[in-house]
Design a protein around this ligand. Structure first.
Ligand code: NAD
Ligand code: GLY
Length: 373
């Protein structure tokens, strides 16, 4: 498409036939009108953001979109994982219906993964589908959640259990917006970056280890490389298995344990990336106990996760039967089949496999990985 040559954006394409789209990566993209050229035409756009991101970036996005639509509206959702619910989703539908938005209205998701997942779901459902664009503002959203078309809200009984596969028209990763991200959120994004190493690219894992200080210091070239390589890996996996018939599940390394932590503590207590970080520790230890990977390699991964500022010790979710609580929460995971939990495990460094494991081994791993606080 060569759309961004004038502003020198890196471009990664997700190849999905007629639903293919580009991820653009560069500093300064969000506020530039050129970033939004060539998107589906329509009279109106609705920017969905939240009460934290809106004050920082909404005005710039509204200005950039002004030349593309006759009307650019905005809705600011409450901020937090605990608001990833039907009630909050309805705020988007309320605005769309009250404003007479039509089938050509484009939704813009301006925020992190929570805003992105909810906006995508709203776009999939409003009038059975309207175009949407991801403008991710967290590191986690730039390297993972804005890419690949998974959209969802949470249910009290399980995370991301209600949703749809629905691809955006474009993803705009402006590296400058990462400068306002709290350090804890930056670390959460690093978890999803680290994830790509063990499952797909050991050279990238080496690179992350070597460049962790630069990433944590938000050096633009380091962040740019991390976002691009992460998106390349994700694009290849999603291009091969959009709807998670098999391969795509490897992107959930660490997520089975992580989702149990998030749901067990109550959404919003631990960040999603923190659950994934600690979940990778548990999944790697389970891989080791199954004889798939060496202890030294697991400990190297644990050190990297800790050095990224992420928790490597799990929370106790039940004082009486902690491992039992983890197991019951994990049975609600989307990968579970007929009640059998499927784990993404490391089958030798750089290669992932999805399979079950005996409850007794899972219990050992949980017991070895959690402490009472
Ligand atoms: P988030 O959306 O809650 O954002 C984290 C926090 O940072 C929020 O308080 C937000 O307001 C704030 N924020 C966002 N951008 C900012 C900026 N530039 N400056 C200052 N503050 C900013 O969390 P997240 O980590 O981005 O996303 C987590 C969500 O993504 C979870 O709900 C998870 O399930 C989902 N997810 C989805 C996928 C997918 O494939 N769809 C993949 C991974 C995660
Ligand atoms: N974040 C996992 C996936 O997109 O499949």
């Amino acid at each position: 498409m060569n759309l961004m040559n004038p502003i020198q954006a890196e471009q990664v394409t997700i190849e999905l036939g007629e639903r293919s789209y580009d991820i653009l990566i560069a500093p300064g993209l969000l506020g530039r009108s050129e970033s939004y050229e060539g998107l589906p035409a329509g009279r109106s756009a609705l920017i969905v953001t939240n009460t934290t991101v809106g004050p920082l970036y909404l005005e710039a996005l509204q200005r950039a979109l002004a030349g593309h639509y006759a009307s650019v509206r905005a809705v600011a959702l409450p901020d937090g994982e605990q608001y990833k619910t039907w009630e909050t989703l309805n705020l988007i539908f309320d605005d769309l219906l009250a404003s007479g938005s039509d089938r050509k209205t484009t939704l813009y998701a301006l925020g992190g993964g929570v805003v992105g997942d909810m906006t995508g779901f709203a776009a999939a459902a409003y009038m059975r589908g309207v175009p949407f664009v991801q403008v991710p503002t967290t590191l986690l959203a730039q390297v993972d959640s804005s890419v690949g078309g998974k959209t969802a809200i949470n249910h009290p009984l399980g995370k991301n259990m209600i949703g749809a596969f629905y691809q955006p028209q474009r993803v705009i990763c402006d590296l400058d917006v990462l400068n306002t991200l709290p350090a804890r959120e930056l670390s959460a994004g690093l978890a999803e970056i680290i994830k790509y190493g063990p499952i797909a690219d050991l050279q990238f894992l080496d690179w992350i280890e070597a460049n962790l200080p630069a990433l944590r210091a938000r050096e633009p070239s380091a962040l740019g490389h991390a976002v691009r390589r992460s998106c390349e890996i994700k694009a290849a996996v999603v291009g091969a298995d959009e709807r998670e018939a098999g391969l795509r599940a490897i992107l959930n390394f660490g997520h089975t344990f992580g989702h149990a932590i998030e749901a067990g503590l109550g959404y919003g207590e631990w960040l999603h990336g923190e659950g994934v970080g600690c979940g990778m520790v548990m999944a790697a230890r389970l891989s080791q106990r199954l004889g798939l990977v060496e202890a030294d390699w697991v400990e190297r991964l644990v050190r990297l996760i800790a050095a990224a500022g992420l928790p490597v010790v799990g929370p106790v979710l039940d004082a009486q039967d902690n491992a039992g609580r983890y197991l019951s929460l994990m049975r609600v995971d989307k990968k579970a089949e007929a009640g059998e939990i499927k784990f993404v495990l490391i089958d030798g460094p750089g290669r992932a496999t999805v399979r079950g494991a005996p409850d007794a081994l899972v219990r050992e791993v949980v017991d070895a990985s959690c402490v009472v606080v």
